[in-house]
Design a protein around this ligand. Structure first.
Ligand code: ZN
Length: 134
């Protein structure tokens, strides 16, 4: 079951500059910075009510974030939904005809197991499913 919007991912060119910018916007600081080496990104998280804002900066030119910024510029990159059972949801959505980018769950930032749905099957929005690691 999809429970709520867990976070919104925003692609940025420079994480330090964007941390300053979003700190001014929100009136509070991020609560963590985390590198996800396997994805080639550095991330920073702000908590806004029950939803997080995840800033993503590419750490190498092959990273999906580097390619996204090259094509579209900075901006909203994905919406992440929290699910209670990632494996079940992946099976269910596959049956419904959605294309999974990774067919097995992988490790994401902030202690999550994650899976991405291809934007071509979700009206152009990159969807992340995430489950808190137990
Ligand atoms: Zn994310």
């Amino acid at each position: 079951m999809i429970k709520k919007i867990e976070h919104i991912g925003i692609a940025v060119k420079n994480l330090n500059n964007s941390n300053d910018l979003f700190k001014k916007l929100f009136g509070k600081d991020h609560y963590k910075v985390e590198a996800v080496a396997s994805e080639g990104v550095s991330t920073s998280f702000f908590m806004i009510g029950e939803t997080k804002i995840e800033l993503l900066e590419a750490t190498n030119e092959n990273s999906a974030i580097a390619k996204f910024i090259e094509k579209k510029g900075e901006g909203i990159h994905h919406i992440a939904y929290e699910v209670d059972n990632l494996d079940e949801e992946m099976l269910r959505l596959k049956k419904e005809g959605f294309e999974l980018i990774n067919t097995t769950p992988k490790d994401g930032a902030d202690n999550k197991r994650i899976c991405f749905l291809h934007p071509k099957t979700t009206n152009g929005v990159l969807v992340e499913l995430c489950e808190e690691k137990k």
